[in-house]
Design a protein around this ligand. Structure first.
Ligand code: SF4
Ligand code: SF4
Length: 348
């Protein structure tokens, strides 16, 4: 139903073309006369729900055309993520329900506390005095690599469905430029998204998104640098305040906390009728989980020397574990699909 309805609305837009400059979706629409199901799915994944087209449109309700492109594309996008997820039923549960995400976090807390108590560290400093390096690797390597495999399988299904070709360096360059600047989030007019409950444009969503993305990448870089230092240079943690892992981790944690808090605030203000209402809880749950991961990570620095370290370590690592396990079945997938959709768009 959503695909049929999206096709109807896209065909009206293709005749109208008023919103041509607003985002990557409209130039992609204008390249076609007819739209297969795959075309509609690809267009839905190019859209990032900035809502600019809705407020520019003269054919929204009460007009008989009753256009609401942000909403219908959000529904198609969501359906496509569920269809391509491996296994799909798990995605359905976590995409829609913040409660399911919270339960998963609690289970991960429990697992980590049990693990820490059962496999006490035989020495080491800092975090490794609570949980040995080998124990951390034994828990987190599979918890990261298996979900990553599921992400890869889902993306492969998506790529096949939309008719993606072999990827050239030029495609990747165009994709990275688009993602780095998140220019589409400022809308074709440069005033940004309209993510509040009235006709008020702002670039806040773009800045919070960038803070979240760069914060996440900095945290990932901190872990990667620490891994290289541990294995290649025999320099195990803990690291000093001015070491690279700590500087990257702290700046990433602050950016991630600010970005996710801002996105949660905007989500509360947003008009739900311009998105897929059924996944509001799942999306909010995921944003709050990311906020929780970053703030507990920052607080952990404060607990580094205290008696509460084992409990805080379990809380933080439990949240990280839940985040990894949910990666293929949560809002996190939108980043991977956006990457694929922009790469396919660059091939046209
Ligand atoms: S959203 Fe409305 S104004 Fe914009 S192209 Fe479509 S029909 Fe035209
Ligand atoms: S909601 Fe924003 S990104 Fe999506 S089609 Fe409309 S203008 Fe483009």
């Amino acid at each position: 139903m959503s695909i049929e309805e999206a096709r109807r609305q896209i065909e009206i837009c293709n005749a109208c073309r008023y919103c041509e400059g607003l985002c990557a979706v409209f130039p992609a629409i204008n390249r076609n006369r007819t739209f297969t199901d795959s075309d509609v799915i690809q267009l839905a994944n190019l859209c990032h729900n900035c809502r600019g087209c809705y407020y520019a449109c003269q054919y929204i309700e009460p007009h008989e055309f009753s256009l609401n492109l942000p909403k219908v594309l959000a529904e198609v996008r969501q359906d496509s993520w569920q269809e391509f997820a491996v296994p799909g039923a798990v995605a359905k549960a976590f995409n829609k329900s913040g409660v399911a995400i919270a339960l998963m976090v609690m289970v991960c807390f429990g697992l980590l506390i049990w693990f820490i108590k059962s496999f006490e560290s035989q020495g080491g400093e800092g975090f490794y005095a609570v949980m040995s390096h080998n124990a951390m690797v034994a828990v987190f390597a599979p918890a990261f690599l298996l979900p990553l495999l599921m992400v890869g399988l889902s993306l492969r299904k998506y790529w096949k469905a939309i008719g993606g070709r072999s990827i050239r360096l030029a495609d990747l360059k165009a994709t990275m430029q688009s993602i780095a600047a998140m220019k589409d989030l400022s809308g074709g007019h440069g005033d940004g998204c309209n993510f509040e409950d009235e006709d008020r444009f702002s670039n806040a969503r773009r800045w919070f998104h960038q803070a979240t993305m760069y914060g996440f990448l900095l945290c990932f870089a901190a872990t990667s640098v620490a891994t290289v230092m541990h294995y290649a240079f025999t320099m195990p943690a803990p690291y000093g305040f001015f070491s690279l892992p700590k500087l990257l981790g702290l700046s990433g944690g602050f950016l991630l906390s600010i970005g996710t808090l801002g996105l949660a605030g905007l989500k509360l203000k947003a008009d739900k009728n311009l998105s897929d209402k059924s996944i509001w809880g799942g999306e909010m749950g995921f944003v709050l989980l990311l906020f929780f991961v970053s703030t507990t990570g920052l607080l952990l620095y404060g607990f580094g020397e205290s008696n509460g370290l084992p409990e805080w370590l379990a809380v933080h690592l439990g949240a990280v574990l839940a985040f990894f396990l949910l990666m293929p079945y949560s809002k996190m997938m939108h980043g991977f699909y956006r990457l694929a959709a922009l790469t396919k768009n660059a091939q046209n």
